[in-house]
Design a protein around this ligand. Structure first.
Ligand code: AMP
Ligand code: ZN
Length: 122
């Protein structure tokens, strides 16, 4: 079976440490595969991060076996957006790699809402 590269949990990984409870976060969402919590440096009135409990370094490391997990992340973002009453819309961002502006190497979705977004992004 094909396995995801860089899929080992790491005590060096900030988001793995949040999943384990080693670093505190306000879990506004949790299911068997993922958790959601507020970004520590919000870029919009609502700014949540949705992460898989299993370590995947980035979207660039995802493979077909991760399809269920990737779908769950999107469904979690959608559920959080409904819960946060973002009926006027929102943005989901997945920064990937250096050029993508990724700073934490554990796959995460940013859910941004509560203000009008601009395009193109910086
Ligand atoms: P990225 O730049 O796309 O890799 O996003 C990483 C995000 O993690 C940034 O928006 C940070 O503000 C956020 N962040 C870093 N440390 C924490 C933390 N301890 N709790 C919540 N969010 C964090
Ligand atoms: Zn991790």
């Amino acid at each position: 079976m094909k396995t995801t590269p860089s899929s080992s949990p790491s005590s060096d990984c900030l988001f793995c440490r949040i999943v384990s409870g080693d670093i505190p976060a306000n879990r506004i969402y949790e299911d068997e595969l993922c958790i959601g919590f507020p970004d520590i440096n919000p870029q919009a009135p609502i700014h949540m991060l949705i992460i898989p409990k299993r370590h995947i370094a980035s979207a660039a490391n995802a493979v077909a076996d991760d399809n269920g997990l990737l779908g769950s992340l999107m469904a979690a973002a959608s559920a959080i957006a409904r819960n946060e009453k973002l009926s006027k819309g929102y943005r989901i961002v997945v920064n990937t790699g250096d050029d993508g502006g990724q700073t934490v190497n554990h796959l995460h979705l940013h859910l941004l809402g509560g203000r009008r977004m601009t395009w193109p992004p910086g």
